[in-house]
Design a protein around this ligand. Sequence first.
Ligand SMILES: [Zn+2]
Length: 136
Amino acid sequence: MSMERLLPNPDPISAPYWEAAHQGILRVPRCEDCGHMHMYPRSICPFCGSARLRWAQVSGLGELHSFTVVHRAPSPAFADKVPYAVAIVALDEGPLLMSNIVGTAPSDLKIGQKLRVKFEQVSAEISLPVFEVAAT
Ligand SMILES: [Zn+2]
């Protein structure tokens, strides 16, 4: 099993998301016809089917919608990271985003906690959006 962490492989649809993340900006697709934002990036709006999508910068603020704690590393690349939280973050603008929660022990996480995005550079091209508990 590889010691290297698998990283995102941007495609034409997701590349703008990863380019922005690498610049420390969180953005999501917004439909020009119905106005809804969504995640993950895709070629048509999941609410109305429109292909008229535009990238919109969001605040990077949200709350902990759901999470699970990984105790057993799925590969050697994660051996020094367990236990860690895999979370669904509800962005203040609406979309749900899967990410990791960093900086807080998983045992201290609570549904509804306010979160703020930060970016972890993991390669020359990729920075991963992760979330930390926001100071209250
Ligand atoms: Zn739409």
